[in-house]
Write a protein that binds this ligand. Sequence first.
Ligand code: PA5
Length: 435
Amino acid sequence: MIEMNFTFKDVLPFLNDLESEKNQLLLASAYSDLVTKNGKGNDFLGWLDLPESITANLVEEIRQTAKQLREQSDVVVVVGIGGSYLGARAVIEALQPYFASEINNNAPQLLYAGNNISEDYLYDLIKLLEKKFFSIIVISKSGTTTEPALAFRLLKELCENKFGKTEAAKRIVAITDKQRGALKKMAVTAGYKTFVIPDDVGGRYSVLTPVGLLPIAVAGFNIVQLLEGARNMRKLLLSSNKWKENLAMQYALCRFLLYTQQQKKIELMVTYEPKLFYFVEWYKQLFGESEGKESKGIFPAGAVFSTDLHSLGQYIQEGERMLFETVLSVEQNMHTLPIPYMEGDADGLNYLQKKSIHEINRTAEKGTRLAHLEGDVPNMIISISSINEQTLGELIFFFEFSCALGGYMLQINPFDQPGVEAYKSNMFQLLGKPK
Ligand code: PA5
């Protein structure tokens, strides 16, 4: 039933006391704190039950809203930052074909705003939207984050000028807190369709709420299967507190020991499929914001191979030995493309002719793992059979659960983000924001 696999045999030579009483107790206590909801930040554990608790009515409401947005739009702009945007983008980019915007597949083009403060980005976006039938999904749990608020102010004005206030109100959907925040107030005043981000679900754990599900449904993907994948993984991870039977406990323990015993301070999440780039970005945010506090935490980094083997590869192989690698591996590709035979073999590639390109990619993956292992870069593999809604749902829940476990093993609160405020307060002071 579960299509995801986790392999950690290649880190075993680096770790000597995986089964020591001390480590097993720490892991068991992290697991117990999480599932009995007794750990730090336990008022933010709503994500743990989301795959089961989401109602059929809410799923249907999301699908109906998505249908309406699809019918009325050439472009849907998703406005949000951090956890209010990365999960949706991760799933959409993983599932849609490369060059999606060039392919007429009856789905509106999804564009993103509010995830930076670049004036040129906003200018170019507005110029593009002026010529399009567009709609907006604006997402902010707090309803007060500067980046999406600023982008939304501009896009709302454009939408109202282009379509008129009444029609604009039908083209804007707000996803925010059930009662607090400026966005909620604006949505009520203007009469936008709204969805609620539950109080007990933090931004980076919110992809399986309307925050992720609405944009994913607008892009034409099956949110029921995504939720089913997450539900299957949840069932598996809650079914056993024995580390040998629990993939998330294995991953959390290996990460923790590589960090504490081997001083491997950086986890490099590697994919050989460029369409998983944003999935790796989502992982970076999930783990970075969850674990990086109280002067602790593994730094989550990402790379797309083989592309980055030609940039970061040298450092990984021979630079400072502070890295371990986790490979997000995809077993099957979707399409095949024969390698043409070349008379005279001028490029010397005829020897590859009997292989598929995917096989060559998989061989690059294997060869690289072995080389990195020899170069003192321990590596683990998280593999999925293929990229689809079901496997992405499994991965999402697996990473969320592992991240929470990892945070508890480090004895920090994985569900807050006090450090994010520091840049904001400096910026507000420098900008002269009224108190
Ligand atoms: O994970 C988090 O909590 C953050 O990354 C938030 O999602 C991000 O800061 C955006 O916050 P908001 O949704 O309140 O605009």
